[in-house]
Design a protein around this ligand. Structure first.
Ligand SMILES: *[C@@H]1O[C@H](CO)[C@@H](O)[C@H](O)[C@H]1NC(C)=O
Ligand SMILES: *[C@@H]1O[C@H](CO)[C@@H](O)[C@H](O)[C@H]1NC(C)=O
Ligand SMILES: [Cu+2]
Length: 384
């Protein structure tokens, strides 16, 4: 008994000294083993193509609204000067009245159409969330941005590889947008990223520069990821993930341009040629969505905590754009949905009343509320 107590005390003393007296100055970790991140499951572009229904011809990809925009809004803060149109309403302004003016919704501008000033403000808005305290309600989160990451990690089993995927991630991007606007004062239009224009050359996009999301290095010769140590997010420590764990790790990337090359307009269109929501969803999820994640690599390639890389939201804005383009193909696609809402056998069918939630980070909503991006809950369109 006495011996046991003594040895416990000794173990305690050793543990404390290890924590308080660093053995030597820690060498900064610059590379990271990719095995811990895993990858998103995929289908091949050929599979998506050969099984696609021959409907691409009738699926337009033009703007999802018609009519003239009123040019009365003079809030220049929200204007993206690169863009030709005068779309100056923020999403919260547009939806504030409880009804969306379909002729004057907020516009999400493709990154190339987004001004240099807006790009900087957007990145700084994300940094602002990272510099704010966590609410303390989300496992593992050490700052406000990580509250979001933790929500995704915790809900992973219910929001992936089932019908909830596209609608939940649309809601999740909206939750992110609400935090940016309400807690970091971001008051401009939102961007999105047309990945198909950067397929095979993601690393050359100006998204991946020190000014914006930081560089996109390739795998090292021994197959490792690289910690991002320059730019706005340089030297970032992530506390949520990898996987379902909570292990401090760096923001790492490891681009594979052979994977990003498959994120083509053809692949997106092949998926969007499916007429059933859930078929389209499965194709997008395991197709362009998965290749974008795996292509950027490391943190982004890990299903549960991938929002730890802030470029996650640019990627999911792209995924949401593809979903909206599919919806433009038929009016019924904003009012009907099919597929499984859970993993039960037999599963519970998803309906317009299925609840979407964020573990309390933001109020719950329903599938029906997010189906139309020009409805009462959401009020935005994409610039093209
Ligand atoms: C945005 O860019 C795309 C392609 O680069 C172009 O087709 C589109 O018209 C632009 N939209 C606006 C609003 O400038
Ligand atoms: C939000 O939805 C979750 C899951 O359905 C539920 O447990 C929770 O009680 C809901 N919260 C509110 C405030 O309705
Ligand atoms: Cu996800």
């Amino acid at each position: 008994m006495r011996f046991t107590l003594t040895s416990h005390a000794l173990v305690g003393a050793v543990a404390v000294s290890a924590l308080t007296v660093p053995r030597s100055v820690e060498k900064r970790l610059t590379h990271i083993d990719l095995a811990q991140f895993g990858s998103f499951p995929t289908i091949s572009p050929e599979q998506a193509h050969s099984e696609a229904e021959a409907l691409t011809a009738i699926l337009g990809d033009g703007p999802q609204f018609s009519g003239h925009k009123s040019n009365t809004n003079t809030n220049t803060n929200n204007k993206s000067p690169v863009a030709a149109v005068d779309d100056t309403t923020t999403e919260s302004e547009a939806a504030a009245a409880g009804t969306c003016d379909r002729n004057n919704p907020a516009v999400r501008f493709e990154w190339r159409n987004y001004s240099a000033d807006d790009k900087k403000a957007f990145v700084n808005g994300i940094k602002c969330l990272m510099d704010k305290d966590s609410s303390g309600s989300f496992p593992g989160a050490k700052n406000r941005y990580e509250d979001l990451v933790s929500v995704h990690q915790q809900l992973t089993p219910t929001i992936h590889q089932r019908a909830t995927f596209l609608v939940w991630h649309r809601y999740y991007v909206h939750v992110f947008e609400s935090l940016m606007r309400e807690e970091c004062g971001f008051n401009r239009a939102f961007p999105w990223w047309d990945e198909t224009l950067d397929a095979g050359k993601f690393a050359q996009s100006d998204l991946f520069t020190d000014e914006h999301f930081g560089p996109l290095p390739g795998k090292t010769s021994d197959g490792q990821g690289t910690c991002i140590d320059t730019g706005t997010f340089g030297g970032l420590t992530l506390h949520v993930g990898p996987g379902s764990g909570f292990t401090d790790h760096c923001l790492a990337r490891a681009v594979d341009e052979s994977l990003t090359a498959t994120v083509s307009a053809q692949f997106v269109q092949d998926c969007n040629s499916r007429t059933s929501y859930d078929d389209m969803r499965g194709c997008q999820e395991l197709g362009p969505h998965a290749y974008g994640h795996n292509g950027v690599g490391a943190v982004m390639a890990e299903v549960q905590a991938s929002p730890g890389d802030p470029v996650f939201f640019m990627h999911h804005l792209f995924v949401d754009h593809s979903f909206r383009i599919w919806q433009n193909g038929d009016a019924s696609r904003t009012t009907t949905i099919n597929g499984c809402a859970d993993g039960n056998n037999p599963c519970t069918a998803i309906t317009m009343d299925t609840v979407l939630h964020s573990n309390g980070l933001r109020p719950n909503t329903t599938v029906g509320a997010v189906m139309d991006t020009l409805g009462d809950y959401l009020c935005y369109r994409y610039d093209y």
